[in-house]
Design a protein around this ligand. Structure first.
Ligand SMILES: Cc1cc2nc3c(=O)[nH]c(=O)nc-3n(C[C@H](O)[C@H](O)[C@H](O)COP(=O)(O)OP(=O)(O)OC[C@H]3O[C@@H](n4cnc5c(N)ncnc54)[C@H](O)[C@@H]3O)c2cc1C
Ligand SMILES: *[C@@H]1O[C@H](CO)[C@@H](O)[C@H](O)[C@H]1NC(C)=O
Ligand SMILES: *[C@@H]1O[C@H](CO)[C@@H](O)[C@H](O)[C@H]1NC(C)=O
Length: 491
């Protein structure tokens, strides 16, 4: 167990590492150091400048609809005022006092709403569960089932009171997509976060609060954990970085996202690295009509068939309004990819991230992903077909066996090694508040997340979220046909 005097080393400066560092510093910890091989002080989490972590991305969905998982619902909602407060703090800071990459008009959170499409004419069971729990939590006034008389009346009243909020324009997709025959609801508490900018901001808050950062290809890269003793008295004493330096700590926290299973072998069977597929469509400068239509002022975040943990293969689509730079990002997670490789240290095969910037490169998506995305975009946004796909990316999740995070001490190291990972494709929105619960787990203070995030094993006979499918599951990059740039066009 830690106390404020403990020396804490955090490996990984993504959402999980940053939120942990921020809340440790807020709780009074004076000796917190974050390591990352990415020079985030220079490249500012920019995915065009060599960054490939899940958190280094243009945008992520913020939502608090979580089915029966009310702990996540409440946690997400508790972060909302902080997101809004951060927007305020940035806009009232003068440009020279802001970290590189932010200006006073940078917003971290945009409350443009989320339009959730079911795949049928009726809301899915998951959607119904969401609405039922939000009702119980007193949050139901934020959601509007499209076509429901009472909800639509409530939305009209809201529009009348807030003429700047264009909810009716944002609902036009519900009328055009499949001629309006799919059930959907609009959650106006939801929206998007600008993820890379949010990381810059939280890293800056951490530094202001006294957290140290060791960044860079050599100086910030964990090469080995320093193990002391063996058997029951085994402990981790800290880490050795790629420049050969040793850094000692009472507790070493591994928050390496998709790289976690290759850093801490013990997580295998609990966590697995998989990729989601993302395309971007850069709007041309001269198409002001499209810039206006897809602006967050007029357009909400949407999802289609993202309802249960295991949807159909043609499903699990989501997308965003254009960014200030005119990028439209659309994602697909109906099928998530693995990349099995031999780990030379342990001589075992496990899935590791493969991106534009890793040694072995991935410059495109599996053909299946491109063709599913093209079918969907062609159906949903015919006016984007002529623009075409302009970029693709595989974004690496750390899936846990039940899609809940894994935030606990690793057994067998006498509380010296701790993992904060398993984001499972939904962790980013918790950036403002996740860390307070990580501190509780570090200090051994039981809270609602202790049983949910604890170190755990698959229950016999259960389907642990694809983790036991292994290398020959039909979704490993080694066995899949990859797309090339020609496939990015519709014609
Ligand atoms: C396609 C996709 C879409 C998503 N959409 C959403 C969404 O809409 N909403 C939402 O809330 N969440 C979403 N998520 C989930 C969210 O992005 C993650 O849960 C979150 O960003 C994970 O943060 P992390 O800190 O665990 O990992 P990461 O952001 O991956 O960070 C890990 C860090 O560890 C560093 N590192 C790795 N190895 C080492 C080493 N040896 N030494 C030093 N440093 C190292 C890396 O450089 C990196 O900076 C999505 C994820 C993906 C992949
Ligand atoms: C933090 O720990 C390091 C490593 O043991 C030590 O050198 C340093 O003095 C400590 N700093 C504080 C503020 O306690
Ligand atoms: C674990 O560490 C504590 C305190 O450092 C020590 O008292 C205890 O004996 C250790 N346990 C084992 C099994 O080594």
């Amino acid at each position: 167990m830690t106390s404020t005097e403990s020396r804490i080393a955090i490996v990984g400066a993504g959402a999980f590492g940053l939120s942990t560092a921020l809340h440790l510093a807020k709780t009074g910890y004076r000796n917190v150091t974050v390591f990352d091989y990415q020079p985030y002080d220079i490249n500012a989490y920019n995915s065009d400048e060599g960054c490939d972590s899940a958190s280094s991305d243009v945008n992520k969905i913020y939502r608090c609809s979580y089915g029966h998982e009310v702990e996540y619902q409440d946690l997400a909602f508790s972060g909302r005022p902080v997101w809004l407060e951060w927007n305020e703090m940035i806009s009232s800071t003068s440009p020279e006092d802001l970290p590189q990459g932010l200006t006073p008009d940078t917003k971290l959170f945009v409350d443009c709403g989320l339009l959730r499409f079911s795949m049928e004419s009726e809301l899915s069971q998951y959607d119904k569960d969401c609405l039922e729990e939000l009702e119980k939590a007193g949050l139901r006034h934020w959601q509007h089932i499209v076509g429901d008389e009472r909800d639509m009346k409530r939305l009209k009243e809201r529009i009348a009171e807030h003429s700047d909020e264009k909810w009716d324009t944002r609902l036009s997709l519900a009328r055009s997509f499949q001629e309006g025959k799919l059930a959907s609801f609009l959650d106006i508490s939801a929206g998007l976060t600008y993820a890379d900018k949010a990381c810059i901001w939280v890293r800056y808050l951490c530094e202001k609060a006294g957290v140290k950062f060791v960044l860079g290809q050599k100086e910030g890269k964990l090469e080995n954990l320093i193990i002391n003793g063996a058997g029951y008295s085994k402990k981790i004493k800290g880490l050795e970085t790629a420049d050969g330096k040793e850094h000692f700590a009472d507790v070493t926290i591994v928050a390496c996202g998709g790289w976690t299973p290759s850093v801490v072998q013990d997580v295998n069977g609990i966590l697995q690295t998989t990729a989601g597929s993302v395309i971007t469509i850069q709007l041309p400068k001269e198409r002001q009509d499209l810039w206006d239509k897809y602006s967050p002022d007029n357009f909400a975040v949407w999802s289609y068939g993202v309802t249960t943990q295991h949807g159909p293969e043609y499903g699990g689509f989501y997308g965003f309004p254009r960014t200030p730079e005119g990028k439209i990002k659309i994602g697909y997670r109906g099928r998530k990819w693995t990349n099995y490789q031999l780990n030379p240290k342990t001589n075992t095969r496990l899935s590791v991230p493969r991106t534009k910037y890793t040694e072995e490169k991935a410059v495109n998506l599996p053909k299946k992903a491109i063709s599913n995305l093209k079918e969907l975009v062609g159906d949903m946004f015919p006016d984007l077909k002529e623009v075409g796909i302009t970029d693709t990316r595989m974004c690496w999740y750390t899936d846990s066996l039940d899609n809940s995070f894994v935030i606990d001490y690793v057994p067998g190291y006498n509380k010296t090694l701790f993992v904060a990972s398993g984001g499972s494709g939904h962790g980013f929105k918790f950036l403002p508040v996740l860390g307070q619960h990580v501190v509780n787990q570090l200090e051994g203070k039981t809270d609602v997340f202790t049983p949910i995030w604890k170190w755990r094993f698959p229950t016999p006979g259960s389907d642990p979220n694809g983790l036991i499918e292994g290398e020959h599951s039909g979704r490993d990059l080694g066995e899949l046909e990859m797309a090339d740039k020609k496939d990015w066009q519709w014609k």
